[in-house]
Every structure is written in C-alpha cells, then in structure tokens.
Design a binder for this molecule. Structure first.
Ligand SMILES: [Zn+2]
Length: 117
C-alpha cells in the first residue's frame, strides 16, 4: 500500500533516539534514516522496499544557500550527481552504501512506492 509522500533523509544521529522499527536505541553518531521517525539504516532497508526519485532522497550537509537563497542542510542524491561543492556530513563510503541499497527511478516515475516487506 503506497504511503504518504515524504522525503527520506540520511544523517549521522545527532543524539540517541529510539528506532521506530525495532525500538532499540540508535546511538548518536550512527548512520540513521529519518522517514517521519528515526530508523536504523539496516532496519529501514529491512522494513521497506524503497523505490523513489533521487530528488526525494536527502543527504545531510553543512548549511548552504540554495538557488532561492534559502538555508538548507541537506542535498538530494540528484544534486550530488553533479559537481557542486557541497560539504556532505556523511562519508563517501556511506553515500556509496546508501546508493547500493536504493532502487533509483529515472524521470519516468515521479511517485513514491514504499512497500512493507
Ligand atoms: Zn532499528
């Protein structure tokens, strides 16, 4: 059943949170997923099949101004396909790990499909 559209943010947990899937603690500094709630990286991909547009997959970054001069603290996976000088807050290794877990959709579909496994 399709879920409400929402962005998915990947970041290192700024503080301890409970994972919404397994209800265990996510230690601060661990790679976590924000999708409405805080979710362990592995729990997220164990619980959802993610098929979505790269524009809605966000990586935490140092604050910068977007083209409309609004402060932003994340960059979409689409944006970082192009050289842009973003200071990501996530290591290249983890960005690669994120990409490997995603079924990315090119322009043909713009809708989200999240399926509970
Ligand atoms: Zn978990």
């Amino acid at each position: 059943m399709p879920r409400k559209s929402n962005n998915i943010l990947f970041q290192y947990a700024p503080k301890c949170e409970d994972c919404n899937v397994c209800e265990e603690i996510i230690p601060s500094g661990d790679l976590e997923v924000i999708y409405g709630d805080h979710i362990h990286f592995n729990c997220f991909f164990g619980f959802y099949d993610v098929l979505c547009d790269k524009r809605h997959l966000l990586i935490a970054a140092e604050e910068y101004m977007d083209e409309k001069l609004k402060p932003k603290t994340s960059v979409s996976l689409e944006d970082i396909d192009f050289p842009g000088g973003f200071n990501l807050k996530i290591s290249d290794n983890d960005v690669t790990k994120i990409r490997e877990h995603l079924s990315l959709v090119d322009g043909r579909f713009n809708t989200f499909v999240y399926l509970n496994k």
